[in-house]
Ligand binder design. Structure first.
Ligand SMILES: [Cu+2]
Length: 452
């Protein structure tokens, strides 16, 4: 009897949970209401079967419970009942699968009026490409990928010259416009998913897959990598901003084309002139000054430097209430009036070299080494930084600065700005360093790594 009651409670509880729970799909923001429809059908069919099967079981437990003197009867075959069960099961399965086939047909049939863009996945970032004025993508190949050509554009292909390259995890798209997303991976399997659009598709290395959707609601949505196998895909977040057509066109026109990037000039000598101001805090050789909280910047990757400088300029870094050190940098950016000035000074800083700094943090180096295993895949075995991961060199940095940044990431003082998706990634990873002791240990280990 207790079992029967448990079964009935299970059914009632599940139904109440389904209808009253606050957890359900995020509101739909694309054309794919058909996906919601098929999921609902599946819920209805499996729900009915679940209720009937469990209530029937409870009924049998009560009706045929053991009574003294009563004997069970063995009836292995019942052709009529089996026919019925086969027919009903087939109908149920067909009701669940048939709409899915129709929806899948739509899902893989891109409408003629669709515009195109490309989503590029790599461990652990998203970037995007638009075909440009000629509406044609240029050739790309892994063999062309270098630090200066992260998209792997074929320099010889004229169709690629006007391609618009968005080297950021944030992309904009116009509302109401069907979009075909070509999906390309540079390294491993990834999975492009926007929950509000109900789209989700694998990126397969060596192959270009696609998906399509029409965004229907202006707003901002998170792009997730829903790849489970492998590591850190949870920290691979992007964002799609759905704009009115004009705003989208405006945004797109501000993004660089491949040929603009190719012909961009960089002049470290001009950068040296603007560096005079920076030397007051960061030192002549970019060696840093603890008294002013200014880190070592000598030799940092120029892309990382440019990104940080733009973050300070745009208030993505240095605006958190508790980030007093970061706030020091913000007014300085007035001295770097345009993108070219930022590029030049970054190029100059990249050429600087200095001695390794004096260390002051102590901790358990062996534990630190174990903790650092979480970091090496992005920052490199020797903390030298890996440009393809957008992760800067951290060996050779002042240890007091590393400690302060790790605390900042852990507490959301750095990385929590909504436009800071690279910092957001570090925020998620700084979670493994729960205690201050963990931070000291990992930094003490970083102090032992050789640098130059
Ligand atoms: Cu991924």
């Amino acid at each position: 009897m207790a079992l029967a009651i448990a079964l009935i409670l299970l059914v009632v509880g599940s139904l109440i949970f389904h209808f009253l729970s606050p957890w359900y799909f995020t509101p739909l923001a694309s054309n794919w209401e058909l996906i919601d429809f098929t999921v609902s059908i599946t819920f209805v069919v499996t729900g009915i079967v679940f209720v009937i099967a469990n209530l029937f079981m409870a009924y049998c437990v009560i009706r045929y419970r053991h009574r003294p003197g009563q004997k069970a009867d063995y009836e292995p075959e019942n052709a009529k009942l089996e026919w019925w069960l086969t027919i009903i099961t087939s109908l149920g399965v067909a009701a669940m699968l048939a709409p899915g086939l129709a929806v899948w047909g739509d899902f893989v049939t891109v409408p003629d009026e669709a515009a195109e863009f490309e989503v590029i996945g790599q461990q652990w970032h998203w970037s995007y490409r638009f075909p440009g004025e000629d509406q044609q993508f240029g050739n790309v190949d892994i063999r062309h990928i270098t630090e200066d050509n992260a998209f792997g554009m074929d320099p010889a292909d004229p169709a690629g010259q006007d391609d618009v390259l968005v080297a950021s995890p944030i992309v904009h798209l116009p509302v109401g416009q069907p979009m075909r997303a070509w999906l390309r991976s540079k390294d491993v399997l990834h999975n492009f998913a926007v929950p509000q659009f109900r789209v989700k598709m694998d990126l397969v290395p060596g192959h270009v897959s696609y998906t399509w959707f029409t965004p229907t609601v202006v707003g901002e949505y998170e792009i997730l990598c829903e790849e489970l196998c492998g590591m850190a895909h949870f920290a691979m977040r992007g964002r799609v901003v759905i704009d009115e057509r004009d705003e989208f066109e405006n945004w797109l026109s501000q993004q660089p084309t491949y040929s603009e990037l190719e012909t961009q000039t960089v002049d470290p000598m001009l950068g040296q002139a603007s560096y005079g101001l920076c030397a007051a805090c960061h030192g002549q050789q970019g060696e840093g000054m603890q008294a002013l909280n200014a880190p070592r910047i000598a030799g940092l990757d120029n892309r990382y430097l440019e990104r940080q400088l733009k973050y300070y300029r745009d208030g993505v870094r240095g605006t958190h209430d508790l980030d007093t050190a970061g706030a020091m940098m913000r007014p300085i950016l007035a001295a770097l009036p345009d993108e070219a000035a930022i590029r030049n000074v970054a190029a100059y800083i990249e050429t600087l070299t200095t001695e390794s700094p004096i260390t002051s943090v102590t901790g358990n180096v062996i534990r630190g080494k174990q903790l650092y295993e979480n970091c090496a895949s992005c920052h490199g075995e020797n903390g030298q930084g890996i440009w393809a991961m957008n992760a800067p060199a951290i060996a050779g940095q002042h240890d007091w600065y590393l400690v302060s940044q790790l605390k900042n990431f852990r507490e959301g003082i750095r990385g929590s700005h909504r436009m800071d998706l690279y910092g957001d990634q570090m925020m998620m990873l700084a979670d493994v360093l729960q205690q201050d002791g963990d931070i000291d240990d990992v930094v003490a280990y970083l102090n032992t790594l050789s640098t130059n």
